[in-house]
Design a protein around this ligand. Sequence first.
Ligand code: MN
Length: 333
Amino acid sequence: MSFLKRRTILLSGAATALLAVFGGLIAMLQRKGVLTMSESTEKNLANIMTPKEHHWVGNGFFVSTIFSVFDIDYKLISPFVLMDHADTKYFPPTDEKLGVGEHPHRGFETVTFAIKGEVEHRDSGGGGGVITTGGVQWMTAASGVVHDEFHSREFAKSGGDFSMVQLWVNLPAKDKMNKPRYQSLDFESFKKVVLEGGKAEASLIAGELAGETGPAKTHTKMNIYRLKANQDLEMQLPLHQGFTSLLFVIEGGLEVSSQKVSARSLAALEREGTHATIKLTKGSEILVLNGEPIDEPIVHYGPFVMNTEDEIRQAIADFQAGKMGTLVEESGS
Ligand code: MN
């Protein structure tokens, strides 16, 4: 986008005369869309996405797809591609491996939020490890990885409540064939941001909030954080003009644009606007996804998200030829 955002004009006595001269120029630039003023405007609710029927991913993840490019116009959710939610489910202790075996990805990032329980992962790019409760695994598949995803051995052995979110984040065309990257981010690494005098607290994963910066490295601009209400509250959530803004209710209840959004549902806001006025009940928690859309065509097929049909055909061929790597077989168990 070429126009200037958030340009603020400050007025003083002496500036008033100058303003008369520049006023006409500014009005013209605004009409042409070159200049936009930093007015604070409300981002309204566009629609509520409710959870779809649950399905098993492997034998460890009982998920409901909240949104996906398979059934929504990508333009409405870009740069996000898909979001699966495994709602809290008790798993009894077991020695079995619970999860999903070797499968490929190319052209985007899988971001896994361990809400409760632990997820273990290995990939052909050399990434791997355990994400413990509250942590996030940010895997940039880019040119391609093969990976597996399981409940951690330790968690499976002791059993317990398991809950997670997996988000697919698209990559711009220029980064789709980069080398894969793996970021393991534990809960302690997130910036804790106290808001509304302590009524709310955010755990900042990526991007910015109230002058703080989250630890996750991203390829396009986005702000991702978990926001928890310590008491009933109403607040203005800072969001970006022109960004996709999605509020997923992990727990409790949210109200936006006078509409109630219940747990496990997602409020998709309009692109227009700089903030949203939200109400949260005490103990509620939401996941805020606020990202700059990637205005490029996409073609997706299963675990591949590319820009053209040819690139999809190439992805399939490369995977079949073993070019996305393989996982070393584990001996014994
Ligand atoms: Mn995967």
